[in-house]
Every structure is written in C-alpha cells, then in structure tokens.
Design a protein around this ligand. Structure first.
Ligand code: NAI
Length: 679
C-alpha cells in the first residue's frame, strides 16, 4: 500500500490519486504507487480505463529536486510512462493547478489530458540546468511542432490551459468537476500514444529562429544546447532511440555543475521566503501605496505596484517633476500595450489606479508609503518628518535608500517602529530583488508587511540588517574595489570586464560603472573619506576620471569612450591615466590571466559575504546568493558567491584568501569564512 498514491474505483474506472502534499512532487514513492496502480488496471478485467489525478489543489507540480543530485532508483519515470503506454486500457490525466516537469511528462505519457481552466503546464528542467528526461522533448513536439517545443522546453514557461487546448496538448477543458469530466472522457477515449504520432513538419526559417532565440535567452549554456538538440532529434530518429538519448543526456546533466548551482539557487530562493524571526507574524493588509519621488526609482516602484493591482499615489515636490513622472508611467503602459504584452484595457485600468499629487495630505489614504527621493540624509529627514505628519497611524513607512542609515531616517519620525527599508533595484518594475531592511526599532509587523508586499509585487524579498550598503551594495563595493586594484596591478578595464563576462556576468564592473554613472560612487567616496581605513590601498583612478568630466555613458566617456550609440571602446587616454597611476605608486604592472581576475573578484565578494554573516547583517548564507543573482546579474548557473566558495572547500578557500590578502595589500581584512559553509 502506497502512502502517497491511493486508488478508488468509480464503476469500471480506476481513479489514481497522487497524494504527496504540498505540491504532489514526483518522487520514488509516487512512481512506485502509480506503477502499482497501472499494473492493477492491466490485471483486473472489470476495469476499463484509468484516470490519474492529483489530490489537493494541484497535479504533480514538479519532481522532488533533492532526488536529482542523487543516484536514481527504479522505477524511474520513463518506466512508469512505458507501463501506461503498454497498458491496453486508456489512461486519462486529469490536470489542475500545475502539471510541471515530470508531472507534465507523465501526462504526455497518458492517452488523453483533461485540464481545469486555471491549469498551467510546462517543462522547467532547463531552468534547473537539465533537460526533461522522461520523453518531454519527444512527445511534446509531436503535438506542437519542433519550433514551439524548443521555446517551451528552453524557456521553462508555464502555459495556460486555453493555449494548451488550442494546440492540442489538452484534449478538453473541464468547467465542471474535473474528476467527473475525466471519468466521462475516459469512457469515450481510445488508446492514443503520443509516441506513435509523427512530428509535424515546420519551416526551416521558423526552426532556426526558435533555436537562436532559445540560445540567446539561455546564454548558450550547455544544457540549453542539449535541450535544443534533443527536441530536434524528434524529427530525425525513431522515438525509442531518441528517448534513450534524451535519458542519457538528462542523466549526465543532472549531475553537472550548472545543475547543482541552479538547484542551489532554487532552494536558496525558497528558503529566503521563510524568515524564521517573522514566523507567525501577520502582515498588515496593503491596498493603497504612496510613492514619494517620481524619478528613476519612484516611477519604477509605482509601475511594480500598479502591476501588482494596487492603488498608487505618486507624490512630488514640483509640478514639472510630477508631470514627468506621470508621463513615464503612462509611456510604459503605452509601450507594453503597443508590443502586445498587455491589452489596451489592462493598460488603461492600471493607469486609472494611479493618482498624482503635490499635496502631502494625499498620504493620508496610504497603507504603505515608499520614499524614493534624492540620496541625501537631509532631504530624507525633511521628507520623513512630512510623512510622519500626514501618513495615517499604523501605516508602514519605507525608504528606498541605497546606503543611508535607516535608523537616522527613522529618527525623523515619532514612530520608528513603523519604518523599514524597501530597497528596490533599477529598473524597479523589472528587477526581482527587494532588500527588506530592519532598523533597530522596526517592528516585526512592519517587516512582515514589507516581505508580504514584495511577494505581492512578484519580487524576491531578502531580509537585511541596517548596515552600510545592506547586503548587495556592500558586496558589490568590495568586488568593484578589488577590480580597481587590479587596474593598478596591471590589468585594463576591457580585460577585467571580458574575464568577468566570460564567467557569466551580463556586464563587467567597468561597463556597469559607465552605465550607472561614476559620479555616484565619487560622491560616496568623498562623503566617507574620513571613515576610510588609512592602511587600505586607495585607488584614485576613478576620481581622476570624474575630475576629467568622464562620468560614464551619460557624458560620452568614462572607463570607455562612447561614440554615438555604440558599445564602449577602450580609450588610450584611460590607458595613460592607469599607467600614470601605477608609476605614481611604484607598481610594476604585470599581465593578469583571466582566471586570476575572476578569482580575485570573487574572493573579494566571498570575503565580504563572510563579513556580513559574521556581523549578522545577513542571517543565512544562501540569502547572499539570492541577492547577487536577482539584483546584480550574478550568473544563476554559477550559483552565487557562497556556492562558488563552498565548491572550493574550506581548506582551499582559506589558502586562496591568504593569497588574495598578500596581493591585495594592506587593509583587506580577511573575515572568518566559516559562516559561508553554514546553512
Ligand atoms: P532621481 O533623482 O531619479 O529621483 C528622485 C526624485 O525625488 C526626483 O524626481 C525629485 O524631484 C524627487 N524629490 C526630491 N526631493 C523631494 C521631496 N522633498 N519631495 C518629493 N519629491 C522629491 O533618483 P533615483 O535614482 O530614483 O533615486 C531615488 C532613491 O532610490 C535614492 O535614495 C537612491 O539611492 C535609491 N536607489 C536608486 C537606485 C538607482 O539605480 N537609481 C537603485 C536603488 C535605490
């Protein structure tokens, strides 16, 4: 008797309930239970058909990811599907909630699929560094053609029931009771194995376009290439041979570094949502959000809030800025609707939920106020004292500050317990990360509300202590500083950027600096000059660039020169400046190999991460990897810096850190690295 699969007879139909809460994840026990049920269906003459259905609110929403890192145990999923196909009686999959990964492959192994209207189906294996391993890349193209199958498999997208029905992936949608509908359907259906269908032909141009789009989106990673090849094989090889190939590739890829790294990211993101200190704390309901400051961040946050279905009030200090802000939001929805990403009605509905105001009294309605004005403590103080006067009692008051002391901001109010940080990333309507910052007086309720609202906006909240730069910017600053040291030591911006882009960052640190503007960090260095460790090496190259008016892209030059609309090109003036800086310090520049560049940059990040853990700014090592992947373009398939550090093991990491200490010179404080290895 299986504990996770239960059977029940309904007339001549054997109903197989998969009951493995919370999401009916496919596991060894589930596979065993289904196989037993299929054997029962085959063996008993009184039974005429089978129906597979998930208990609770979903079908199999994916496989148990922990199994992927371990040796596989029989029965494996292809064996279960083969048994369904070999069974002479039809088996119908009754699908609701989500049928993903192995769950969807199981459904494709059945003779028909009946779905609930709100069902989603999809194959997310590629997003986890693998390819589908139980026929997904072979049975799906037989229904939807190779180009579309490449898109579904490589993007891991969740496809809604209606589209699935239109494309023949579902045979019916049930508006009444799903089980009843599937039982009825099983009476009408005959055996129909997808493996017996031929693959529809498709135009070569369409195929090539799908392939190129998938490679671009998947950054050409080996598992993305393998997925494309596997889907294409459906046209070329007999299915049994193609299924064997698919399984072999899956078996190999699931143990690849990419797959371990992406699984690590998956679990890290899931764990980051569980904040133990907020367990049992109810968030306050949030309907209306006021955003103060309609600049880059304020408008992005307003869009994110509108997308999340909230009423939004945007507040500014002068009519021009307010008008500009409103236009930016309107333009965004116009473009979205013109591109067909949302309907014109939805665009209109979102915009009608936006109010704009110059009057602080407009704050009175807000359940949550998010401040996004200039990064200047004096300005923030003024703004928070206004918020204090006008926001209703009990509203949560948040600052989007990047570096300022949240406690100093909260002190401008008479209710510091209601003040938290909500640090969004630019562009705020796109970037997933939100650091939820805990001030010394922040109440658990205010923090829980911050976490809940971030989730409601489909963001990834990570709790951070109130330290300079919080988690992400502080690690990023250590990384950038190490890269600047490498300029003095002999590397040039383009070499450092190339090495880190090869590692997987979308852009190297100097290209990023040019894009965001060199003046922000310049101002910060000036403001914090007195706090600087006098023993630490100080790299003045970025200051010199700023003094020359080279503030990055916006001034046409920074670390690189920017001709009209081009990517930056190395500039001899920058070379001269770097070489002069080396001479000034008596440094004999030497060639740095790409692996040395990557090692130094990542060791510096790992060291800062360990420091943050030791200081308690960050409570869980894996949170750091969530921050880096979702806010800083750290390649997901590298897992994050904690994953990277753990791969070395303690001993090797310690050795490498000693090496960094020697070459980076005075001032680099090596942290206790143990925290990086603790869960
Ligand atoms: P911004 O300069 O684009 O916008 C600031 C807006 O605030 C301006 O429209 C200004 O008119 C308005 N403002 C200034 N004083 C005001 C007042 N007293 N009352 C009402 N409105 C006022 O600045 P940005 O880039 O949007 O930054 C805002 C905040 O977000 C800063 O604290 C910054 O550190 C933070 N941040 C910025 C990021 C970025 O990439 N730009 C990323 C994450 C956080």
């Amino acid at each position: 008797m299986s504990t996770v699969v239960r059977t029940e007879r309904r007339g001549g139909v054997l109903v197989v309930f998969i009951e493995n809460p919370p999401v009916n994840a496919g596991s060894l026990e589930v596979r065993r239970g289904i196989l037993d049920a299929i054997n029962e269906l085959s063996a008993k003459p009184a039974l005429t058909a089978g129906v597979l259905i998930g208990a609770g609110n979903t079908f199999i929403a994916g496989s148990d990811l922990r199994e992927f890192g371990q040796p596989l145990e029989a029965p494996e999923l292809p064996g279960v599907i083969a048994a369904i196909e070999a069974c002479e009686k039809p088996v119908v999959a009754a699908l609701h909630g989500a049928a993903l990964g192995g769950g969807f492959e199981l459904a494709l192994g059945c003779d028909a699929r009946v779905g609930a209207r709100r069902l989603v189906v999809g194959l997310p294996e590629v997003t986890l560094g693998m390819i589908p391993g139980a026929g997904g890349t072979q049975r799906l193209p037989r229904l939807i053609g190779v180009p579309r199958a490449i898109d579904w498999v490589c993007s891991g997208k969740r496809v809604p029931a209606e589209l699935a029905l239109e494309l023949g992936v579902l045979d019916a949608i049930a508006d009444e009771d799903l089980l009843d509908a599937a039982i009825k359907f099983s009476g009408r259906t005959k055996k129909r194995k997808l493996k017996d269908l031929s693959v529809p032909t498709s135009a070569e141009g369409e195929l090539l376009a799908a392939e190129q789009a998938a490679l671009r989106q998947g950054k050409g990673r080996p598992h993305v290439r393998a997925a494309i090849e596997s889907v294409k094989l459906s046209r070329l090889a007999p299915i049994d041979e193609a299924l064997r190939c698919e399984r072999a590739v899956f078996t190999e890829l699931r143990m690849s570094t990419d797959a371990f790294a992406l699984r690590h990211q998956f679990f890290a993101e899931r764990d980051a949502q569980k904040v133990s200190e907020l367990r049992g704390v109810d968030p306050l309901p949030v309907t209306t959000i006021a955003v103060i400051g309609a600049g880059t961040m304020g408008t992005g946050i307003a869009i994110a809030a509108l997308d999340g279905g909230h009423q939004v009030t945007l507040l500014e200090r002068d009519p021009q800025s307010l008008q500009r802000g409103r236009e930016r939001v309107a333009k965004h929805y116009e473009t979205q609707s013109a591109k067909g990403k949302i309907s014109a009605q939805d665009a209109e509905r979102m915009l009608s939920a936006l109010a704009t105001s110059l009057d602080w009294a407009a704050l009175a309605k807000a359940d949550l106020v998010i401040e996004a004005v200039f990064e200047d403590l004096r300005v923030k103080h003024e703004v928070f004292s206004q918020i204090d006067q006008h926001a209703r009692k009990g509203a949560v008051l948040a600052s989007n500050t990047s570096y300022l002391d949240l406690d100093a901001i909260a002190a401008a109010t008479g209710r510091p317990e209601d003040v938290i940080g909500l640090h969004f990333f630019s562009p705020a309507n796109v970037m997933k990360l939100v650091e939820v910052v805990r001030g010394k007086a922040s109440s658990a309720t205010a923090l829980a509300t911050g976490v809940a609202i971030a989730k409601a906006l489909r963001k990834m909240p990570v709790l951070s202590g109130n330290a300079f730069g919080f988690i992400g910017n502080r690690i990023y600053a250590a990384y950038r500083y190490q890269c600047e040291l490498m300029l003095e030591d002999g590397a040039y911006p383009e070499q450092i950027d190339a090495a880190l882009e090869e590692f997987g960052f979308a852009m190297g640190p100097f290209a990023v600096a040019d894009m965001s503007g060199l003046d922000i960090a310049w101002r910060m260095r000036q403001a914090r000059a007195e706090l600087r460790n006098p023993a630490a090496r100080y790299v003045s190259i970025p200051d010199r660039l700023c003094e020359m008016g080279r503030l990055g892209r916006k001034t046409g030059a920074g670390y690189y020169a920017y001709a009209e609309a081009s990517r930056g090109t190395p500039d001899p003036i920058v070379r001269q400046l770097i070489e002069a800086a080396r001479i000034g310090k008596g440094i004999q520049g030497r060639v740095l190999a790409p692996h040395e560049i990557v090692d130094r940059a990542l060791l510096a990040m790992a060291n800062e991460a360990a420091q943050l853990l030791a200081e308690g700014v960050c409570s869980r090592a894996s949170d750091i990897d969530v921050v880096l992947a979702n806010g800083y373009g750290f390649p997901r398939w590298q897992g994050g810096v904690v994953f990277w550090a753990r791969r070395h093991g303690r001993e090797a990491l310690n050795q490498k850190m000693k090496w960094l200490n020697e070459i980076a010179g005075e001032g680099l404080v090596i942290a206790d690295l143990e925290g990086l290895f603790e869960d």
